[in-house]
Design a protein. Structure first.
Length: 154
């Protein structure tokens, strides 16, 4: 009789334990992971944001920039027209609740990538759409941060 009880308890453990371990080890799915395309938002930018496991890349630019072949002959106004309607940075990020904090490693604007620099965005995912609204950065709170809408493409 004891042999049957031990075998029954052992068999039960073999069935339940893998299910328990699987549920303990499973990390919550990161809703940001993927490739997101910037939706036209009135600013005239096109772009792609990529969120991998812990790294991100944000690139966007106006398709209406001048076509300057030789920047060594460009005027200051030409260069501003070429580079101003553009954003670009990449680095690491982490998520806490509905906030994502980015820490740029490289950026178009040097101050954005200085040691200790960060930006915090509130985010929400609705279906295949991602909404990002900047809340604060290394300089403090961002009042009335614009909301950027992106669409998942991968």
């Amino acid at each position: 009789m004891w042999k049957r009880i031990v075998l029954s308890v052992g068999a039960f453990g073999l069935l339940v334990l893998p299910t328990y371990i699987g549920s303990v080890n499973a990390a919550p799915e990161n809703p940001l992971e993927g490739v997101w395309q910037l939706e036209q938002d009135g600013r005239g930018l096109v772009g792609v944001y990529i969120f991998a496991h812990s790294h991100y890349s944000m690139l966007a630019a106006s398709p209406e920039r001048p076509d300057i072949v030789d920047t060594s002959n460009a005027t200051a106004d030409d260069l501003r027209a070429l580079w101003n309607p553009m954003l670009g940075n990449a680095g690491v990020y982490d998520v806490a609740g509905d906030l994502v904090t980015i820490r740029p490693i490289v950026a178009k604007i040097p101050v954005v990538m200085k040691p200790g620099a960060f930006e915090v965005y509130a985010f929400r995912v609705e279906g295949n759409a991602l909404f990002l609204t900047q809340r604060r950065n290394v300089r403090g709170p961002v009042e009335n941060g614009a909301t950027t809408r992106l669409v998942r493409v991968e």
